[in-house]
Design a protein around this ligand. Structure first.
Ligand code: GUN
Ligand code: ZN
Length: 470
């Protein structure tokens, strides 16, 4: 197919697309290495994209002359072009109950979460929630998320179908839960739940950009038999890049319950390890109250951890201790998670605001370099995708967010008093506005544009960019 206005083409016949403005990207972990060596920043930068990937990134004056055929450039003043944000732990199925009055985690689950998740047997309901969830993520500049659905296959299909429409790189799967929750949400049996998981895994894993996770909700809602079968399945598919995603060490009452249910195990992490559920691409949400021996296992097994400060504060869980997670002799991979509906918004930069305060309660702090690393490359590392997403560099998938430095009248005025880019970014995350993100690119296509009449667009709604008959 050809378009009426020919798009610029490179010698291979594929359209080039550029994004110009301030550009920030991370290449290493600033918790472990000298901060200055962990990022690249260009005041006037250019990102060149082609065929869903990044071709080149650098100073505009250096890079632009290399591409005389590049004329399709989106330019942004006073905004920072960065890798799309990564949400390492979120429940899309809890979007309808975000902001419900909470007491304790376990009370909140029973009162609001389980009744809401029970509705996802209805595919039309699941479709509607998935649609709204993706709109929220993309509006906030999040391009990859590690997502809980719920018990029913309908909830998994609705999620991945919507992800395919945007061509987003997403991780999800059926939630395994066969005890200690209402019958309306319980798996029929451990065996049936694993058969269904494998069927969904075969359907969705590596279909386009979709990736599958085996998801026991948390140890208390699975029988030992379900955990055993889930671990066997994980081990069978581990070499194909399948994930294991669960909750760990969120709040003391939950840890006490796990001790009661699994008295033979020395700690919560060992419960999952015993059943074969701990390995690379195991992602553990929360990890607020972690013993030293558990950190050692998480390090040795190369697990990822999702820090979810908004949720931890909202549910009064506890405080994630990044200085424990990032101990130099046994560092753990850490990214940010919103944990919606425990978290109270979909914005990763707003999670950074909360993470800063959680650290301050312990007389530690998180500067803007570490914070925006956690929001981007840190998340990719937690998901073992650091060679694919989370950085703006040649060969990476072209998922991009564009954060305005002037999202409001007050922030515009305030920014004149901030000098460096990291001072400005710190102000931005601390003001924590909901409209910071101007545009979101997924595999090189601008699927969200705050200033466009049709703000959100599916990948299929873009004009064909390949000019194949040339
Ligand atoms: N632990 C088990 N299920 C959940 C959940 O849905 N949210 C949170 N925050 N913790 C959990
Ligand atoms: Zn959660």
């Amino acid at each position: 197919m050809t378009t009426s206005t020919p798009l610029p083409v490179n010698p291979d016949g594929t359209a080039l697309k550029g994004i110009r403005g301030r550009v920030l990207t991370f290449k290493a972990d600033p918790f472990l290495y000298n901060e200055q060596e962990c990022y690249d920043y260009y005041d006037d930068g250019l990102v060149v994209m082609q065929d869903g990937h990044i071709l080149n990134v650098g100073d505009y004056k250096t890079v632009a002359p290399e591409y005389p055929q590049l004329t399709d450039i989106d330019a942004y003043d006073d905004a920072v072009i960065m890798p799309g944000f990564i949400d390492c732990h979120v429940h899309y199925v809890q979007s309808p109950m975000i902001g419900s009055f909470g007491d304790t985690l376990l009370q909140w689950l029973n009162e609001y979460t389980f009744p809401t998740e029970s509705k996802f047997k209805d595919k039309a309901f699941a479709d509607d929630v998935a649609r709204m969830f993706f709109r929220q993520l993309l509006e906030q500049g999040t391009t990859t998320a590690n997502v809980f659905s719920t018990t029913f296959a309908t909830s998994v299909d609705a999620f991945f179908e919507e992800s395919e429409r945007y061509n987003t790189r997403m991780i999800s799967g059926k939630v395994l839960q066969d005890r200690n929750l209402p019958d309306s949400l319980k798996d029929e049996s451990a065996e049936e739940s694993i058969l269904l998981t494998e069927k969904l895994l075969k359907k969705w894993h590596h279909r386009g950009r979709q990736l599958y996770a085996i998801i026991p909700r948390f140890a208390p809602t699975s029988t030992p038999e379900q955990l055993r079968l889930a671990g066997e399945l994980y081990q069978r598919y581990i070499d194909q890049g399948v994930y294991m995603h669960t909750h760990l060490d969120e709040v003391q009452s939950e840890i006490d319950w796990v001790t009661q249910l699994f008295p033979e195990q020395p700690n919560y992490t060992e419960v999952y390890k015993h059943y074969g559920l701990v390995g690379p691409r195991s992602v553990m949400a929360h990890c607020c109250i972690v013993r030293e021996e558990e950190w050692q296992v998480l390090h040795q097994c190369d697990c990822g951890v999702a820090h979810c400060p908004s949720s931890n504060l909202f549910l009064g869980d506890g405080e994630f201790k990044y200085w424990e997670a990032k101990q130099q002799d046994r560092p753990v991979r850490v990214g940010m998670g919103t944990d919606v509906g425990g978290g109270t918004n979909f914005s990763i930069p707003r999670q950074l605001n909360e993470a800063y305060k959680v650290a301050m309660l312990n007389m530690k702090n998180l500067d803007a370099v570490k914070s925006f690393y956690l929001a981007t490359r840190g998340g990719a590392e937690a998901l073992h995708l650091e060679n694919t997403i989370g950085s703006l560099a040649p060969g990476y998938e072209a998922d991009v967010a564009v954060l305005s430095l002037k999202p409001s009248e007050f922030s515009t005025w305030r920014m004149q008093f901030a000098k460096t880019i990291f001072e400005k970014l710190f102000v931005l995350m601390t003001l924590g506005l909901n409209n910071m993100n101007l545009a979101t690119y997924v595999a090189g296509k601008k699927v969200y544009d705050r200033s466009r009449a049709q703000t959100h667009m599916y990948a299929s709604e873009f004009p064909e960019t390949k000019i194949s008959d040339k």
